[in-house]
Design a protein around this ligand. Structure first.
Ligand code: NAP
Length: 491
């Protein structure tokens, strides 16, 4: 297959990324000199080495954030907004290089990386506009004797821990509102995909962000190194995006300092096709909800619940579309589906498929690893997946669509809610009243009605149950970084 990107261009883009720790506005090696490799998941080859921080580096990062906090909180909201606006413009202007960098470290097809860069940049623009809309209120106490004033102030130094699946957008979704609110921060990107965040740190500095407001620590020892920051009484907030398992341990660790905590965790999204659904729209939506990011998205449709009258046709059409997708290196021309992030992820996906097949599910298309190198897995559709199959209960995080059926709307809702997760649900119907009743009854933070993607910087993204708490984006997103102070005034 031909490549749209020459090896020289790959080398040039990789050569421009800073690889040190970003502490107090300077690029530095790890204090102990450690480095860690970054791999291209489509080849398994090493493409870069970045600094491997230890506990002392993490402490330096927090020192820098704490030192910068006072002056940053006092910066005019308009100035904070202008820095975010310039960062939005720089990211947008360099979208092609940033997209290639992301594809090289994470694997997704270039078109998907471009879409993520645009989505990531949009959080910078959205919060550049929100920076000047932080307000409080004034009221007369019920007895008329005093006045109640509320003001909103930055929470203080924050710790952000982000996952590998959206290496830039999961960062800007936190950095944007924190900068707008006047908070300083330490960011720890996933060890598999540190390069996009390092590139972003350089851009934020170029946009005028003062030294120490944003500090980036890359490490292969996330547990011990982050524990050092979490245990420090100067830290005021933790915002984490990642798995429910790690999120739970971080909530426990943040109890000692009683941190403000936001948790964006795993999902197990049901995709419900009601009996009156527009089947063309449902299949289009299913492709987006399942295959965005190779299925490696917290919002990925994990269970297709299809009315029994439509199941056969829906499954056949979905399988046809899935089988037509081109699997390959994300930089290659015409590729739709890149590799999974590593060998363990591919093994997990293969294990979920064989468990379902052992229990009686049918493989309609796919069901096998692809290629000799890299971590590719074929787009897969499973029909007649029996209840109790692991693929219905666990987060798949891969290109596998299990289909099951239901008889009534109430049955669909009960099946959808039968999960410890509650991030997003999708529902397809032509009937407005059915859509509203279903949306109200679903136990999730978000619902997509006749649409397979809900992510939008102007909307509050987040989950309930074991999918976490807190919201990112929308008017709500900045509130996570603000404390409300009440001042009572006797007259
Ligand atoms: P993960 O294993 O939980 O890792 C997420 C981040 O936490 C990484 O930076 C990781 O560092 C770090 N980490 C791991 N163990 C840690 C520890 N003991 N202490 C401190 N930090 C630690 O998740 P992932 O595999 O990267 O991402 C996939 C998960 O993220 C999925 O479950 C997905 O649903 C979820 N996700 C949720 C949302 C949402 O908005 N709800 C969005 C995207 C992804 P290392 O890389 O060094 O391990």
């Amino acid at each position: 297959m031909s490549s749209v990107v020459t090896p020289d261009r790959e080398t040039a883009v990789l050569g421009r990324v800073p690889t040190g720790l970003f502490l107090a506005g300077r690029w530095r090696p790890a204090a102990a000199g450690g480095v860690m490799p970054v791999e291209d998941p489509s080849t398994g080859e090493r493409i870069a080495e970045v600094a491997d921080a230890d506990v002392a580096d993490a402490r330096s990062a927090l020192d820098a954030a704490v030192a910068a906090q006072g002056a940053w909180a006092a910066t005019a909201p308009r100035d904070r907004g202008e820095i975010l606006r310039r960062a939005f413009e720089l990211v947008t202007a360099r979208a092609e290089d940033l997209a290639l960098l992301m594809t090289l470290e994470m694997g997704k097809a270039l078109a998907e990386s471009r879409a993520e860069i645009a989505y990531a940049a949009e959080f910078l623009r959205w919060f550049s506009e929100e920076a000047v809309r932080i307000s409080g209120r004034w009221s007369v106490a019920p007895n008329g004797a005093t006045r109640l004033l509320t003001m909103k102030q930055p929470v203080g130094p924050c710790l952000f821990i982000t996952p590998w699946n959206f290496p830039m957008a999961m960062g800007t979704r936190k950095i944007g509102p924190a900068v707008a609110a006047g908070c300083t921060m330490v960011v720890k990107p996933a060890s598999a995909t540190p390069l996009s965040m390092l590139a972003l740190a350089g851009i934020m500095a170029e946009a005028g962000l003062p030294d120490g407001v944003l500090n980036v620590v890359t490490t292969s020892r996330s547990g011990p190194v982050m524990r050092e920051v979490l245990g420090d009484p100067r830290l005021r907030k933790l915002s984490f995006t990642g798995s429910t398992e790690v999120g739970r341990t971080l909530v426990e660790a943040s109890a000692a300092q009683l941190l403000r905590v936001s948790m964006e965790l795993g999902g197990n999204a049901p995709f419900i096709v009601l009996a009156d659904a527009d089947l063309d729209a449902a299949v289009d939506g299913a492709m987006l909800a399942k295959m965005r990011n190779m299925g490696e998205a917290c919002t990925a449709a994990n269970r297709f619940l299809v009315h029994e009258s439509l199941a056969e046709e829906f499954t056949g059409r979905l399988a046809e579309r899935m089988a037509a997708l081109v699997v390959g290196r994300g930089v290659e021309d015409g590729v739709d589906v890149g590799p999974l992030i590593d060998a363990a992820s591919r093994e997990k996906v293969a294990g979920l498929v064989s468990d379902a097949v052992d229990r009686g599910a049918t493989v309609v298309t796919g069901g096998t690893p692809v290629g000799q190198r890299g971590y590719f897995y074929a787009p897969t559709v499973l029909a007649d997946v029996p209840p109790g199959s692991r693929v219905l209960a666990e987060e798949i995080f891969g290109p596998v669509a299990p289909v099951t059926t239901f008889g009534t709307d109430d049955e669909a809702i009960a099946l959808a809610n039968r999960s410890e997760f509650g991030l997003v649900c999708y529902v397809y119907t032509r009937d407005l009243s059915r859509a509203v009743h279903t949306a109200e009854a679903l136990e999730s933070g978000m619902v997509g009605v006749n649409q397979g993607v809900v992510s939008n910087p102007a909307a509050p993204f987040g989950g309930v149950k074991h999918s976490g708490f807190g919201r990112e984006g929308g008017a709500e997103g900045i509130e996570e970084y603000l404390e409300v102070k009440y001042v009572g005034m006797a007259l």
